[in-house]
Design a protein around this ligand. Structure first.
Ligand SMILES: [Ca+2]
Ligand SMILES: [Ca+2]
Length: 203
């Protein structure tokens, strides 16, 4: 292998390593509005990371959002600009304060680019998660929109409906694809061959 080729191999290997080590990107949320909010449950608790630690939510009601009554509700998330999404992670109301049957059961996600006309994306059934702390639930979908509507169709109980935290992902980085693994292994092989040749040349 020429020196130029070995430099190219090492450069390719380094770029693959950089791709592989990037985390699935969380899309920043510019704002959120709700059809109703119980006075001691700020809707911004859904998007500011309140109560989140190590992928779990602490279950404290001060870190949650809840409707002021009823078993359904509506949330609209504004991403600030159109984003190509690959899914969302939702921490349900779950355990902690006052009744895990406030957890959302049936969820309809819709999207819009003008904030007025919303289009169907996907229906989900969320876990009740009575445990505390509350694990996140990953919801996979593919959609490009600025505004995401969560139509909370029903909860596990009757009186109030809530969620603890919501994040959206654009899926960049994360686990390398099979083609990336193949490229990475080729990079290892080329780098290894170069080192062996150099070792032989020296000895
Ligand atoms: Ca929260
Ligand atoms: Ca219900």
């Amino acid at each position: 292998m020429t020196q130029r080729n070995s430099i190219l191999a090492v450069a390719a290997f380094a770029s693959v390593l950089a791709m592989g080590s990037a985390q699935a990107a969380i899309v920043p949320i510019a704002g959120v509005t709700a059809s109703s909010t119980f006075f001691s449950y700020d809707v911004n608790n859904l998007i500011n990371g309140s109560g989140l630690s190590g992928g779990l939510h602490d279950g404290d009601f001060h870190n949650k959002w809840m409707t002021d009554q009823g078993d359904h509700g509506l949330l609209i998330f504004d991403l600030g600009s159109t984003k190509a999404l690959t899914g969302a992670t939702v921490w349900n109301y779950g355990g902690g304060c006052c009744g895990d049957d406030r957890s959302v059961q049936d969820l309809h996600i819709l999207g819009s680019n003008d904030g007025a006309t919303f289009f169907h994306i996907k229906y989900f059934t969320l876990d009740q998660t009575p445990t505390d702390p509350i694990p996140g639930q990953d919801l996979a979908f593919a959609a490009s929109y600025r505004y995401l509507m969560f139509d909370l169709l029903d909860n596990y109980g009757a009186d109030y409906t809530g969620l603890s935290e919501v994040q959206f992902s654009d899926g960049r980085g994360g686990v390398p694809e099979p083609a990336t693994w193949a490229l990475m292994l080729t990079g290892f092989g080329l780098a290894g061959a170069t080192l062996r040749r150099r070792a032989r040349a020296v000895s």
